[in-house]
Design a protein. Structure first.
Length: 202
């Protein structure tokens, strides 16, 4: 049965040390352990584990993004991974295609920085599992004359247009979690012990 263990404490209180000790126990039992850390922390984590365990045999260290990409590829999900700049290009394209239907953002939709702002907003929606359909339902409940209705309607147009383009073409970092959850039950990780560390660096 799956379980979740949380190591809580302030900075420099030994959380990572306790986590690494658990990983050592798994390796001594011949069990597979996976350590997920932010991309910029993978090298330091590998060095620390090598120092603590004397090697990485039986232990996998990866960032969430790289681990997810490998997992999806292994499960046959082979959509190319789109970079941040690629996301901006898709959003610029989406804003251009719906420009004649925009109201509040009509004049600024092609301005520098607009795609970045849209990427941030849409990223927050996706983190909260809010789909274009969910947003549409929320917009429908608002007063059509309100500024909020008009702003969210514009965002919805761009959100939906960008998602239509991305579907079956590209995978973005914002979609990784949702995509991974669809394949996780069949990914063969039931016997693996997964640890996550250094989340404060993300």
């Amino acid at each position: 049965m799956a379980s979740l263990t949380v190591f809580r404490g302030g900075a420099h209180t030994g959380k990572s040390t306790a986590l690494y000790d658990k990983i050592r126990e798994h390796r001594e039992k011949g069990e597979h352990a996976i350590l997920l850390v932010p991309e910029q922390a993978t090298y330091a984590a590998e060095q620390k584990l090598c120092s603590t365990l004397g090697g990485l045999l039986g232990v996998e260290v990866s960032s969430f993004e790289r681990f997810s990409e490998r997992l999806l590829s292994r499960m046959g999900h082979t959509r190319p991974f789109l970079s941040v700049e690629g996301r901006y290009m898709v959003l610029r394209r989406a804003a251009y295609r719906v420009r004649n239907r925009l109201t509040v953002f009509a004049r600024v939709s092609q301005s520098p920085g607009f795609a970045e702002t849209m990427d941030e907003w849409i990223g927050r929606f996706k983190q909260s599992c809010i789909t274009p359909q969910d947003l549409e339902a929320a917009v429908a409940s608002l007063d059509p004359d309100s500024l909020l209705y008009k702003k969210l309607s514009d965002i919805l147009l761009i959100y939906r247009e960008s998602e239509t383009f991305l579907a079956s073409r590209y995978l973005t970092a914002q979609d990784l979690l949702t995509e991974v959850l669809t394949v996780l039950p069949d990914a063969g990780l039931s016997d693996a012990y997964v640890y996550v560390d250094d989340l404060d660096r993300t």
